[in-house]
Design a protein around this ligand. Structure first.
Ligand SMILES: C[S@@+](CC[C@H](N)C(=O)[O-])C[C@H]1O[C@@H](n2cnc3c(N)ncnc32)[C@H](O)[C@@H]1O
Length: 194
């Protein structure tokens, strides 16, 4: 990935986020993670966009590190966090997830919704603290879709988790970046306590 294409990606997302007002809805995986039990500790939200998930988790007392390539999304998220009095709980970092390496075994929930990159997935897996959760959703590479570069096949997410993991749920659902609904694969898994 060249520096130029990284900027292209950011520019494309910035245009989208500038032209569509945010909803700040949390992703359904957040409710599922909370119901399963998230140990005390910091949360990492990767490819966060204008994350309602980060806001919801911060409202529940969590410190959230929110990472995205789009400075427009991060600016909107930071402004909303401040407006809700959560500015000291939501930390926004602009980074390219293809090279970003979060601190290993640190976060009690690592979340990524509507994003896929195999390198980022491996780094996310390592970033989960013992006993913590990994929640991931990516567009599904099911019949009839064109390029599969940014998609995963059903079962691919859990297959990338070794014996350190207990898969709590894996399904094909309907997700979407705010107003755009599309078929997705989701997994929620817990790391072993060791
Ligand atoms: C489909 S949106 C998902 C946003 C949010 N997670 C949600 O569920 O609504 C994909 C997000 O990935 C971000 N993104 C794309 N490529 C990225 C990269 N290489 N590094 C970091 N963020 C990236 C975009 O800026 C965008 O916010």
């Amino acid at each position: 990935m060249t520096r130029e294409s990284w900027y292209d990606d950011a520019a494309r997302w910035n245009t989208r986020y500038t032209n569509h007002p945010p909803t700040f809805e949390p992703h359904p995986l957040v409710a599922r993670a909370l119901a399963a039990g998230v140990p005390d500790g910091p949360v990492l939200d990767l490819a966060c966009g204008r994350s309602g998930s980060a806001l919801t988790l911060a409202e529940r007392g969590r410190r959230v590190l929110a990472v995205d390539v789009s400075d427009v999304a991060l600016h909107q998220l930071r402004a909303e966090a401040r407006r809700r009095g959560l500015g000291d709980r939501v930390w926004c970092v602009r980074a390219d997830l293809r090279t970003f390496v979060p601190a290993p075994r640190t976060f009690t929930l690592v979340l990524a919704t509507l994003f896929w990159d195999a390198t980022a997935f491996r780094a996310a897996r390592e970033a989960v603290a013992p006993g913590g959760l990994l929640g991931w959703e990516a567009l599904a590479a099911t019949a009839g879709v064109g390029s599969t570069r940014f998609r995963v096949r059903p079962g691919e997410l859990s297959a990338a988790l070794d014996e350190r993991w207990e898969v709590l749920a894996e399904d094909i659902g309907e997700g979407g970046c705010e107003s755009r609904r599309r078929e997705t694969c989701r997994v929620l898994a817990r790391a072993s306590r060791e």
